[in-house]
Design a binder for this molecule. Structure first.
Ligand SMILES: NC(=O)C1=CN([C@@H]2O[C@H](COP(=O)(O)OP(=O)(O)OC[C@H]3O[C@@H](n4cnc5c(N)ncnc54)[C@H](O)[C@@H]3O)[C@@H](O)[C@H]2O)C=CC1
Ligand SMILES: O=C([O-])CC(=O)C(=O)O
Length: 274
């Protein structure tokens, strides 16, 4: 199908139909200007059959490595352990990969070179965070420091490797406990399913080794709270966001919406924000 500008519809594939992936699939099925859902990859097809049958235009169900053939944009919404298996075949074929498990990108950064060599692209949405447009803009000048403080309810942190390895009991907390203070790179290792936002912030700004992060387990909050402070030669800004957890308590509801907003921009006539 072509639009009024003679452009053909962009085909989108989704890898992983969990809390984020199903919302993006539904939005595409309901209609995003110039885009169509062409394929999905799931771990257990039987589990998702009823959902897929309920879509107006059910996509093909393919393996992870086939998505780059069936789509122009492959959206990664799976655990970070699958990042390479999803992104590599797509960018090798010169396609775009939208990455939500952005923490996993740090250990697979050669994928950026691979994309560059093959005309592919890697797009990181703002996700569960706020204000990466301002951080991007400030980074065109000089950023002196970026600090982030994350507070999450206990369920949003349970099972994180840093907590398990250090035998920290967070189940019986009555007061906020600072679990971690360090760089975004270290945070991504210790909290791979909880701190993607810190890595996205670092890639927008001063990188994973200069972006400083605190992580608190906080039994007094019901939302995933992120506060950012940036000091730059163009501006000083503080931003905070209080995310309502989705059916996956580690994942804020706004994350899927951020990806949908990014997808809308791919073919929108009016684009607002960088
Ligand atoms: N960038 C950001 O701001 C944020 C990123 N995330 C990250 O996004 C990713 C997805 O999050 P959710 O949707 O909440 O997770 P989820 O656990 O709800 O969904 C992940 C899905 O991937 C599927 N999956 C696992 N292995 C697969 C495979 N080999 N092939 C196909 N599908 C497979 C699972 O069955 C599950 O349905 C996670 O890595 C999470 O850490 C989460 C929140 C914010
Ligand atoms: O960054 C993440 O992985 C998730 C997160 O903090 C949120 O949803 O607020």
């Amino acid at each position: 199908m072509t639009d009024q500008r003679g452009q053909s519809e962009l085909r989108v594939a989704i890898a992983g139909l969990g809390s984020i992936g199903t919302k993006i699939a539904t939005a595409l099925d309901h209609g995003i200007e110039g885009l169509a859902l062409s394929a999905v990859a799931v771990r257990d097809p039987a589990k998702h059959q009823a959902f897929l049958d309920g879509l107006n235009r059910p996509p093909q169900v393919l393996s992870l490595d086939q998505l780059g053939d069936a789509a122009d944009i492959v959206v990664e919404c799976a655990p970070s352990s699958q990042l390479r298996a999803i992104v590599e075949p797509a960018v090798k074929r010169g396609k775009a990969a939208v990455v939500v498990s952005v923490g996993g990108l740090l250990d697979n950064f050669d994928l950026v070179d691979l994309a560059r060599a093959n005309g592919g692209r890697i797009l990181v949405p703002t996700g569960a965070l706020i204000g990466l447009d301002a951080v991007n803009a400030a980074a065109v000048g000089t950023i002196h420091s970026v600090k982030m403080v994350t507070r999450k309810p206990i369920d949003g942190l349970k099972g994180a490797p840093f907590i398990v390895q250090n035998n920290i009991d967070i189940d019986n907390l009555r007061e906020p406990l600072k679990l971690f203070e360090g760089t975004a790179r270290e945070a991504a290792k210790g909290f791979p399913a909880n701190l993607n936002v810190a890595v996205a912030l670092s890639l927008a700004g001063v990188g994973p080794d200069r972006t400083m992060v605190q992580i608190w387990a906080d039994p007094t909050v019901t939302r995933n709270v992120h506060r950012i402070e940036v000091e730059a030669d163009s501006a000083r800004f503080s931003m905070s966001i209080e995310n309502i957890p989705s059916d996956n308590p580690k994942t804020g509801l706004i994350t899927a919406l951020s990806v949908i907003a990014l997808l809308r921009k791919q073919r929108a006539t009016l684009c607002v924000g960088t």
